[in-house]
Design a binder for this molecule. Structure first.
Ligand SMILES: [Zn+2]
Length: 183
C-alpha cells in the first residue's frame, strides 16, 4: 500500500506556531514525518512525504495535487490546531463526508492519536462542500483522504508539550493504525 504523508502549509506559509515558538506546523511535521515514514516502510508500505509547494503553490488544492501525483491509496495531511482561548484542547480528525473509506481511516488514526496523547477526544469532523476549511483538499484528492489536528499545540501549553514529548510514540501508533486500513 502507498500512503502520501502531506506536510501541512508550506515553506512560505508555515501555518500556526507552537506555543513555545519552536516550530511552525510546516517545520514540525517536516522534522517528524520521516519517523512515521520509516515505521510504514518497515511494515512494507511506501510512504512518500509531500508538500503543496511540490505542486507549485500554497493552497489546499495544491496539497491535493501533490498527493495525487504519488498515486497513493490514502493521503494524510498533518497540522496542529490553534484557538483564541488557551483552554481549547484535544484531538480531532477531518474526513470527506461522502467517503466511507476516508471515514474509516480517520477513525483508526484518530483513535491512535487519542491513545498516545491522552487529550480530549473531539472526534471525527466531516467536511463537505459547505465547510469552512480544507474543502479543496478533500474535493480534489483522488484517493481517500484524512486531515489530522492532534492537539492545540499553538494555543494550549499542555497540548503543545504532549504533542512534542510523545511524537515518537505518535508515529509508531499512527503507523499501526494506517496498517489496519485496507484500500
Ligand atoms: Zn494548519
Amino acid at each position: 500500500m502507498k500512503i502520501a504523508l502531506s506536510i501541512g502549509h508550506s515553506p512560505k506559509d508555515g501555518g500556526a506556531e507552537t506555543y513555545d515558538k519552536k516550530y511552525s506546523e510546516y517545520s514540525f511535521w517536516k522534522h517528524h514525518l520521516p519517523l512515521l515514514q520509516e515505521e510504514l516502510q518497515q511494515m512494507g508500505h511506501q510512504a512518500p512525504i509531500v508538500n503543496r509547494f511540490d505542486a507549485g503553490g500554497t493552497t489546499p488544492g495544491h496539497a491535493a495535487a501533490a498527493c495525487n501525483s504519488t498515486g497513493a491509496d490514502l493521503a494524510i495531511e498533518f497540522h496542529f490546531n490553534s484557538a483564541d482561548s488557551p483552554a481549547a484542547t484535544g484531538t480531532e480528525t477531518l474526513y470527506w463526508e461522502s467517503s466511507p473509506k476516508g471515514k474509516l481511516a480517520a477513525a483508526l488514526v484518530n483513535d491512535a492519536m487519542v491513545k498516545v496523547l491522552e487529550l480530549k477526544n473531539r472526534g471525527l469532523k466531516p467536511v463537505n462542500r459547505h465547510s469552512a476549511r480544507a474543502v479543496s483538499y478533500f474535493a480534489k484528492t483522488r484517493m481517500p483522504a484524512v486531515l489530522v489536528e492532534p492537539a492545540f499545540a499553538a494555543s494550549n501549553p499542555q497540548d503543545n508539550e504532549r504533542l512534542q514529548n510523545r511524537v515518537r510514540e505518535f508515529c509508531v501508533e499512527v503507523a499501526r493504525a494506517i496498517n489496519e486500513w485496507k484500500p
